[in-house]
Ligand binder design. Structure first.
Ligand SMILES: [Zn+2]
Length: 242
């Protein structure tokens, strides 16, 4: 069997539309009720992707929001959070099977399962992140931009490796530095062009698009489309950063 890519949902954010799309009017939303749930909210599943390769590498792309993740009241609510390990097990993957954890960036909804109760959640894994995000979120001097991040990553400090430059390959996964959302944001390319290429930009498995343009939301990364059959376009709630 070749390399597979599977989404692993950690939970579901239900966000006020204006949080994600501040320029879209109520009248425009009224024309596209299928994009909102019954309560008028945007549903945004979040979590990770797991890549399984023939050489037995098991790579987790991002680490979800974790058991303590919340959504601020002004942004919306959280439904059924903290399910990533459970859903990983449903795919037949135990935490100790994971050989590498690739963090696309260090916002809290992407690193929540890095550790559990002060120990690495994936004890056999090497954790990877672009050095620019390590420098930004874990500054050597001065306060961090988000004080929730350092304690989430402290238990994996010895396992965390920064990579630098425009691109690298980690555990068979090609990583491209795509700064913007954060200084060290990256996208992952799994496979080869013409032979089953999946592009995973972030790990929110959103299914919506802008009601104004029909195109993916301006806050999502345009290249984020899985081409190997896993299906879900991906996006990132930039303005809803919890
Ligand atoms: Zn983010």
């Amino acid at each position: 069997m070749g390399t597979t890519v599977d989404p692993v949902v950690d939970g579901m954010m239900r966000l006020f539309p204006a949080v994600l799309f501040p320029d879209v009017t109520d009248a425009e939303w009224d024309r596209h009720p299928e994009l909102l749930d019954a309560g008028g909210m945007v549903e945004l599943p979040y979590g990770a992707f797991v890549v399984r390769a023939p050489d037995h590498r098991v790579v987790l792309l991002d680490a979800g929001g974790g058991p303590g993740f919340t959504v601020p009241e002004h942004a919306g609510t959280l439904a059924d959070g903290g399910r990533l390990l459970e859903n990983l097990r449903r795919l037949g993957v135990r935490p100790s099977d994971v050989t590498d954890v690739v963090l696309s960036h260090l916002h809290v909804d992407h690193i929540g399962w890095a550790a559990v109760a002060g120990s690495p959640a994936f004890p056999s894994a090497t954790y990877h992140c672009h050095a620019a995000d390590l420098a930004h979120f874990l500054p050597a001097a001065g306060p961090p931009p988000d004080d929730r991040v350092p304690p989430l990553l402290a238990p994996v400090a010895d396992l965390l490796r920064g990579w630098d430059g425009p691109a690298t390959t980690v555990a068979g996964v090609r990583l491209l530095h795509t700064p913007g959302h954060t200084p060290g944001s990256s996208v992952a390319l799994v496979g080869r062009p013409g032979n089953g290429l999946a592009v995973v930009a972030t790990s929110c498995t959103a299914r919506w698009s802008s009601p104004r343009t029909g195109r993916p939301a301006p806050t999502s990364t345009p290249a984020s489309r899985a081409a190997t059959g896993t299906g879900s376009p991906t996006g990132s709630p930039t303005t809803a950063r919890p």
